[in-house]
Ligand binder design. Structure first.
Ligand code: CTP
Ligand code: MG
Length: 374
């Protein structure tokens, strides 16, 4: 029979999340779920090492057929703890990292095939593409190994059960299990690894892994338009800033057409209704709300629905005010209301035609590009 140990007891310090790395979500599942699911078609027994305090959380994710044990201080300690629980009937043991969540079942099968062909230790590896230097503690290079002889090794690594037991009897700490077998003077076979078996160490690695899932972010766009009529005695608020000495416009709120057009573009891109259905007259708490407030509220709604803003642009259409001189200030106000999103602000007149050309009011047209946070 075949047993598999999945090391998942690390804290994921370099990843920098508030939860252990194995519990990070990748697409529709956590890293540990991915790792267990690809190994489960090959192994008859699966043992997962969990960080202390996360045993129940991991059991809930991987199911009762998987034995969850509390890991140790180092990866080698964790593997030793799990090894002690491997069934005496096991012939081969795979040792895998939860951090290599996307290693395929095929890779595990190939490791087992090589073991069946007589090797006692089999590990996947890929060619080294960067030149590697050996350095001393003063920061000077001492040698340059021949790159063509180097391999970047991965997991799952496969061993005959008795050889892995002998290797771990030494209680030495190593970054992989094959190193312990090498220390015994036994032969370790390298087979062709997989790019998708990369070790997820940092958020950038998680983004790379998403591409292997074919889940690079999907973008959607939306367009929004708004227009308000000038009204004597009202202050003019436009593009998130106050314009003194300019006639304002009528409206349920402060009449900031640029902000309103952006809100509608965001609602259009996310299919979450529109300005009226979210903040209209049926929501009296938004009466008189500033454009900035509505942008902030819109951002909160779309964020809650799982979207992030990639880019927003808005064009003000009217004879006045002249936007150019205050463009930077207005962009800063709009961007800050949108949590720092990239904003472009343009302006135009309509050559004397239409309501804004006749000087009756101001209009704006906006577009938004958003993506779903995965
Ligand atoms: N691991 C383990 N027990 C430990 C340390 C690590 O089981 N005491 C596991 C990790 O959960 C991971 C694998 O060994 O799946 C490879 O380790 P690494 O990628 O270094 O993960 P972390 O130790 O969690 O990350 P970091 O070093 O950034 O803290
Ligand atoms: Mg580590």
């Amino acid at each position: 029979m075949i047993a598999a140990i999945i090391a998942a007891a690390g804290s994921g310090e370099r990843f920098g999340a508030s939860i252990p790395k194995a519990l990070i979500q990748l697409g529709d599942r956590t890293l540990i779920e991915h790792a267990v699911s690809s190994i489960s078609s090959i192994a008859d027994q699966i043992i997962v090492t969990a960080p202390a305090g996360y045993e129940d959380a991991i059991t809930k994710l991987v199911g009762d057929d998987v034995l969850v044990v509390t890991g140790g201080a180092t990866r080698s300690d964790s593997v030793r703890i799990a090894l002690a629980r491997v069934s005496p009937d096991a012939q081969y043991v795979l040792v895998h990292d939860a951090a290599r969540a996307l290693a395929s079942s095929r890779l595990a099968t190939q490791v087992i095939e090589a073991l069946k062909n007589g090797d006692v230790a089999v590990i996947p590896g890929l060619p080294q593409t960067d030149t590697v230097k050996v350095v001393d503690s003063d920061g000077y290079v001492t040698s340059t190994p021949d790159r063509s002889n180097l391999r970047r090794v991965q997991t799952p690594q496969g061993f005959s059960y008795s050889v892995l037991q002998q290797a771990h009897a030494s209680k030495i700490d190593a970054t992989d299990d094959a190193a312990l077998v090498e220390a015994l003077g036994m032969k370790v076979r390298i087979i062709e690894g997989e790019e998708r078996a990369l070790k997820i160490t940092t958020p950038a690695d998680l983004a790379t892994s998403l591409q292997f899932l074919g889940k690079s972010s999907t973008f959607t766009t939306g367009v929004g338009v708004d227009a308000h009529r000038f009204e004597e005695g009202r202050e003019l608020w436009l593009a998130g800033i106050f314009w003194p000495d300019q006639a304002g416009v009528e409206g349920h709120s402060d009449g900031d057409v640029a902000a309103h057009a952006i809100c509608d573009a965001l609602f259009a891109a996310t299919n979450l209704g529109d300005l009226g259905s979210n903040f209209g007259v049926s929501r009296p708490e938004y009466a008189g709300a500033s454009g900035t407030t509505l942008l902030q509220e819109t951002l909160a709604l779309i964020t809650k629905a799982g979207f992030r803003i990639s880019h927003v642009s808005v064009q003000v259409i009217g004879n006045r005010p002249k936007i150019g001189a205050r463009r930077v200030e207005a962009i800063a106000a709009l961007s800050s209301a949108l949590g720092g999103a990239e904003v472009a602000l343009l302006a135009t007149t309509t050559d004397g035609m239409g309501l804004t050309g006749e000087g009756k009011g101001i209009a704006a047209i906006a577009s938004a590009l958003v993506y779903r946070a995965i």
